[in-house]
Design a protein around this ligand. Structure first.
Ligand SMILES: NC(=O)c1ccc[n+]([C@@H]2O[C@H](COP(=O)([O-])OP(=O)(O)OC[C@H]3O[C@@H](n4cnc5c(N)ncnc54)[C@H](OP(=O)(O)O)[C@@H]3O)[C@@H](O)[C@H]2O)c1
Length: 254
């Protein structure tokens, strides 16, 4: 009974930014639990590689080159997934990027870029996948925010603001769409080993400083998100909405 609660057999998931890092790892975790998974990023060869690994789990995958900051791309993406799979049960809004720098030296161009990639993409994908979920009166949306969406750090104002926006968008949509049985939740990681953080974490001084702020005394790994993504995508979390789950080794509770 309990295992069935977590099964994603015959469900259809769409994961953005699944060419590498956390998105790829979460797409694979969903497929291991039985979901068919559509995977998107701008680089087609990356998501084609992810799709091949997903198919090894005995489920279907659809790789697509999509820029999720562009409305026309997002509309085309949703139409293609629906024409291939007939439904979308789970949306993982994972795309995001980091540009650091002191506010006074930060360009307006970089500000817009961060807001578009980290926040506007979540709005666009939620809106056009949400339209389909509202029609079928069911769905699971999981937004990848960040611990830095709730805690400020220096030289990260645009990133912190964008991820704080993702957390608030999660809460607002959770309330708006609760009546349609759509759960909207967020996962907030802290420093995790991916291409996005590689250069920063290769610097021993920075790495040591980051670890000193983590009670569990280690940097996160993409697989640290596997359990929570399956939980939030499955029936096991049907009465949970609008929540932010920190996957951060305890960083946020000090
Ligand atoms: N790593 C961490 O420590 C950490 C901590 C907290 C939160 N997060 C969040 O977790 C998420 C994933 O991070 P990550 O570390 O796995 O990043 P990553 O390794 O840089 O991977 C990002 C993925 O998103 C894709 N992407 C970027 N812009 C896109 C766009 N406009 N349209 C479609 N795809 C796009 C990238 O592929 P293309 O460039 O080919 O499109 C890539 O596949 C982000 O939202 C990030 O802010 C990460």
């Amino acid at each position: 009974m309990c295992v069935e609660l977590f099964s994603l057999r015959d469900k259809v998931a769409l994961v953005t930014g699944a060419g590498k890092g956390l998105g790829k790892s979460m797409a694979l975790a969903l497929s291991e639990s039985g979901a068919h998974v559509a995977v998107v990023s701008r680089t087609l060869s990356d998501v084609e590689a992810t799709a091949r690994e997903i198919q090894e789990n005995g489920v279907k995958s659809l790789p697509m080159s999509v820029d999720v900051t562009k409305q026309e791309d997002v509309i085309r993406m949703v139409e293609k997934v629906l024409s291939e799979f007939k439904t979308i049960d789970i949306l993982v809004n994972n795309v995001g990027t980091f540009v650091g720098g002191e506010c006074l030296a930060f360009s307006l161009e970089d500000w817009h870029k961060i807001l578009e990639i980290n926040l506007t993409s979540v709005y666009l994908c939620s809106k056009f996948v949400g339209k389909h979920m509202v029609e079928k009166q069911r769905g699971k949306i999981i937004n990848i925010s960040a611990a830095l969406g709730a805690f400020g750090v220096r030289e990260s104002s645009a990133y912190c603001a964008s991820k704080g926006g993702v957390i608030q968008l999660t809460r607002a949509l959770a309330i708006e769409w609760a009546k349609y049985n759509i759960n909207v939740n967020s996962i907030a990681p802290y420093a995790t080993e991916t291409d996005m953080t590689r250069i920063m974490l290769e610097d021993e001084k920075i790495r040591t400083a980051i670890i000193s702020k983590i009670p569990m005394k280690r940097i996160g790994k993409p697989a640290d998100l596997s359990g929570i993504i399956v939980f939030l995508a499955s029936k096991a979390s049907d009465y949970i909405t609008g929540q932010v789950i920190f996957v951060d080794g305890g960083f946020s509770v000090q």
